[in-house]
Ligand binder design. Sequence first.
Ligand code: F6R
Length: 267
Amino acid sequence: MDVIICRDDAEVGAYAAAKVAKVAQAVQKVGKNVVIGVATGSSPLATYAALAKLVEDGKLDLSQASAFALDEYVGLPQGHPESYREVIRRTVAEPLRMRSDRVHVPDGFADDLEQAAADYEQAIKDAGGVDVQILGVGSNGHIGFNEPTSSLNSRTRIKTLTPRTRADNARFFDTPEQVPHHCLTQGLGTIMDARHCVLVASGQGKAEAVKAVVEGPITAMFPGSVLQMHPAATVIVDEAAASALELGDYYRQMYDNLPDWQRVVLG
Ligand code: F6R
């Protein structure tokens, strides 16, 4: 696992975007269409803004790329502005100039949610798998909506949100009661199949979760800790989110001494 400690959220976004762009360009170089896994929430917004700038400047072309969202609420009406289908359209598809028919979100509106989950797994497979997965982390250590005690091998399925996650996400709704109780989420096994994982986190509120993901034991109690088993996971955090890390100085020293070929150049 690579751990990159940045000054602030903007630098986290710039670094993560450079990393995603590097993977995308390598995939495109061998004549394939890149598949990007995308998260919702506040954490990846700086990454999307930096990616949008690369697209705008003509340094990155995602017009043939596909995207797969991690999750979707169950129980919101179609077209609700906080449904992840809408959030992904606003924050990812449009700014990154992606084709809307290539941007996928689990169908949390389906009558048959189990079938929708199976279809989503198949769609990811049919697209050739995810090349690079962008992740945030919940204050309780979840990735996607894989709440504590999720199977480390899980696939896309229905989950119940914890009270803590519902409280954390209440800021997006008029009242806390409006936050749905259920969701469809990619499983931890699904996320682990991505060829690269890039987790971004900023702010003191994520310090405990980041410590658990990076340095804690691998445990279903902190589902993001499964990334310690991923062969190509990069965790990019600001100083506040890094503040509980025991080996912070080591990660900084490692980054300062990276050979040029391993360095991700900020765009
Ligand atoms: C969102 C998702 C979640 C969020 C996490 C952090 O699609 O899968 O795991 O990444 O809840 O949310 P923010 O970034 O809003 O703190």
